[in-house]
Design a protein around this ligand. Sequence first.
Ligand code: DX5
Ligand code: ZN
Length: 215
Amino acid sequence: MQISPSILSADFANLQSELDAISNADWAHVDVMDNHFVPNLTLGLPIVESLLKVSPIPLDCHLMIEDPDRWAPAYAEAGAQSVTFHVEAARDPRTLARELRAAGARAGMAIKPGTPWAPYEELLPELDMVLVMTVEPGFGGQSFMADQMPKVQQVREAVRRHGGEVWIQVDGGVSAKTIEQCAEAGADVFVAGSAVYGADSAAVAVDELRSLAAS
Ligand code: DX5
Ligand code: ZN
């Protein structure tokens, strides 16, 4: 069970100390938004390059951008340890996933709440992680969509059938109230933004979420 706090809810003027505050987490989740794929704009490659230099933990980059075929490999080449693209935006997800792995990153594929899983199952051998969104991508602090749990179960069953080691991540509205149902459905990597950075102690929140996920 791994916890990946989203720095979208951190103080953007103090990202280095905000990363240090979650050094007990497994990953730092970095939400890259381009104001095209989603109606919000955050940060891009230059800031990710700077974060890579100072982060005490590996970066889990979630690219909510158009044309990931063109842009995502650069994040892997920069040293991001995990790079996740949205299948809705990718022209050739198979080739893209292979390029991410070839550049040394874990390859992740994200699916929005309205996107079905079944058409993409054949991509599993190319992937290290599937991200099942539990909110519409674009903003932190939204309500958890429990209706995505059957999709998490479907992905878990597919991973079992294929026999590979593919992680299943959930992102959006994950908190102490919702993390157990995610784990029960088969998720094993949990993104939490407001639940971690909105807590009195981010590090304590990370430990609490991890133990709830494992319970
Ligand atoms: C939403 C982002 C999430 C976001 C989650 O589009 O992908 O990573 O930061 O924030 P919370 O945990 O507050 O829902
Ligand atoms: Zn995210």
